[in-house]
Design a protein. Structure first.
Ligand code: ADP
Length: 624
């Protein structure tokens, strides 16, 4: 931001917005028109933050302006002059605050996101905008020019007036202001005339800000509830109130998917909590997992917004409030992090949330699946990170499978209940999508036998499942590994004829160190060959993931075992060809082509060109 040296008067300083800020303002003002009414929610939320800050500070510091003044938000609308003002007795802003806080965009990624909306890349559905606070600047949706009068709470502070038309620049000047806090005022612009009435303003406040921590007055009337909903008895809380409260703390437009109301009294910690699970995951969910909107209160007083320490990261989609009487009010972040009370709350809260999810899964499966589809990728990581609750999280995992229709899910428990008598192991296969998995030759045997195989389609699955060696005493195994325990009737080795033995040796001498071994297959039905991993090597999906994580750096080669279906007609033909003329060049070509087809199927073919040239040669022969 650059200070303009050619000022109109001595005292008024003029500042230019940075180019990025100008773009952002332009988008907010001209493209976000779906919900201009949220300007009021944003301003009240800023006032409420400022009031929380002064309340917190006043606990230890009485040397502030107006230490006894009531903590409140006053809204006034003057019909005649068409002026709306919102004033708080919060902490106020210094001159630097005004320049730094009202001149820049706080949230990183804001601009990209808003540009995405403008260019039609992000869909402008109500709830995206709702979740996405546009902050103070949303006021320019309803006003052409905005004034902010403010005075910081310290005794030697001065008053300032900030003014801007939200286009290119703003001004700051010193003013005479006695009271601590901030007052924002403006005229409604013509396109926002619909808001210019007390009834409408009251409606908006109660819709979005009913549960603010401080009283909100419109004229002389107090118009919000100011009650700690979580302190009421469960039976006294109406669903409507719960939903409103949830929307208030999250800015979500949708009702929550589920909630739990807790009142915990133990020797280690006492607390009440109102906890929610949202319906949909935010657009940047897996990139940005900081806990948002899980607030920590001490005896009804907010002591930490967005408190990361209340829950493990894998549950960071959870919203709500936790209120305890066991933490001192003026406790610092570091103290809360290391306190026993805090770790007790965290542990109890985690368990209660897992119980709630399990209950949801038992009683309202559809809702649970909705949750799992939205938050599963993060939630699953708990298997690797929360050892004490690992078993409970494993019960809550869901997978698609070969016995279910696309889009249907099973738990491990349900899988086990469907296992046939002789089946001793739980099987899975991983892949990018159901249709790719369905075509994998390694699935053929299991399909023929009607043995269910779990489909690991979410990329996170291959990081989770290999660390769960068994469930209900049954080993969990990838069907792409060599050591699967086949059904008893298939264990008896077929007497191997010399013919196919010789052919397999030829495979080995052609493929050399490209394969770890070449063996007759027990699992193939329709395909001629397939690749499987040795029992201690990586499965293909894991390998792919490692490649991505290694950012293209070469990995040690993961050499596989080639299984050959000796009853396949093509293999039969090759045997005959081998007997007739063991040096026929078509033999080598066919073997290489078979091997590379298997590589192609698992997405590991090194050179398309070689593969295609060889295919054309073979076609030439076949069409001779
Ligand atoms: P956010 O609230 O997401 O940080 P805003 O654009 O709404 O973004 O506000 C920017 C900053 O301006 C706030 O973080 C706060 O520091 C300051 N601010 C805004 N309104 C007030 C107010 N009423 N009292 C004190 N500070 C305020």
């Amino acid at each position: 931001m650059s200070k303009n040296t050619e000022q109109n008067t001595e005292k008024v300083q003029k500042f230019e917005y940075k180019a990025e800020m100008k773009q952002l303002l332009n988008i907010i003002i001209h493209s976000l028109y779906t919900h201009p009414e949220i300007f009021l929610r944003e301003l009240i939320s800023n006032s409420s933050d400022a009031l929380n800050k002064i309340r917190y500070r006043a606990l230890t510091d009485k040397n502030i302006i107006d230490p006894e003044s009531e903590l409140k938000i006053s809204i006034n609308f003057d019909k005649k002059s068409n002026v709306l003002s919102i004033e708080d007795t919060g902490i106020g802003m210094t001159e630097d605050d005004l320049i730094n806080n009202l001149g820049t965009v706080a949230r990183s990624g804001t601009l990209e996101f808003l540009k995405g909306i403008k260019d039609g890349k992000e869909s402008v559905s109500e709830h995206i905008i709702g979740k996405f606070g546009v902050g103070f600047y949303s006021v320019f949706m309803v006003a052409d020019e905005v004034s902010v009068e403010t005075r910081y709470a310290e005794k030697d502070s001065k008053g300032y007036l900030w003014k801007s038309n939200g286009e290119g620049s703003y001004t700051v000047e010193e003013i005479d202001r006695k009271e601590r806090g901030t007052k924002i005022h403006f005229n409604f612009k013509d396109s926002a005339k619909e808001f210019a009435s007390e009834d409408r303003i009251k409606g908006i406040v109660t819709k979005y800000s009913n549960f603010a921590d401080f009283p909100i007055f419109l004229g002389k009337e107090k118009i919000n509830t100011v009650e700690a909903l979580w302190r009421k008895n469960e039976s006294e809380i109406e669903e409507k109130e719960l939903n409103e409260f949830y929307k208030f703390i999250t800015n979500d437009y949708e009702d929550p998917l589920a909630h739990v109301h807790l009142s915990v009294e133990s020797t280690k910690a006492n607390f009440k909590a109102l906890i929610f699970i949202p319906k949909s995951a935010p657009y940047d969910f897996m990139r940005n997992q900081n806990v948002k909107a899980l607030h920590l209160y001490s005896n009804r007083i907010l002591i930490q917004r967005d408190c990361n320490d209340l829950l493990p990261e894998y549950l960071s989609f959870v919203k709500g409030v936790v209120d305890t009487s066991d933490l001192p009010l003026n406790v610092s972040r570091e103290v809360t992090q290391s306190s026993n009370v805090m770790s007790e709350i965290r542990s109890v809260l985690t368990q209660k949330i897992l119980i709630m999810l399990q209950r949801l899964a038992n009683k309202e499966n559809e809702k649970y699946l909705h949750f799992f589809k939205n938050f599963g990728p993060l939630f699953k990581t708990g298997v690797n990170h929360d050892f004490s609750n690992r078993d409970k999280i494993i019960e809550l995992l869901r997978f698609e499978s070969s016995s279910l229709k696309e889009g249907e899910f099973t738990s491990l428990k349900e899988y086990v209940s469907r296992m046939k008598g002789e089946q001793k192991e739980i099987y899975y296969i991983s892949g990018d999508s159901r249709s790719i998995i369905d075509r994998n030759p390694n699935l053929e045997y299991f399909k023929k036998k009607g043995i269910e195989v779990l489909f690991l389609i979410d990329p996170i699955d291959v990081l989770i499942i290999p660390s769960v060696p068994e469930y209900d005493k049954k080993p969990i195994k990838s069907i792409e590994k060599a050591d699967i325990d086949l059904m008893p009737e298939d264990k008896i080795d077929k007497p191997e004829d010399n013919l196919s033995k010789d052919l397999l040796s030829l495979f080995k001498s052609v493929l050399k160190d490209k394969v770890a071994d070449v063996v007759p297959s027990k699992r193939l039905v329709e395909s001629a060959v397939t690749l499987v991993s040795g029992k201690d090597s990586m499965d293909p999906q894991m390998e792919k993931l490692m490649k991505i994580m290694n950012k293209g750096m070469p990995l040690p080669p993961n050499v596989k075992i080639l299984e050959v279906n000796t009853s396949h007609p093509l293999i039969g033909n090759l045997s005959k060809m081998y007997i007739a003329d063991s040096s026929n060049p078509l033999l080598e070509k066919s073997i290489l082509q078979l091997f590379e087809s298997a590589l192609l199927l698992e997405g590991n073919l090194p050179s398309n060109a070689d593969f295609i040239n060889r295919m054309i040669d073979l076609m030439k022969e076949a069409t001779k």
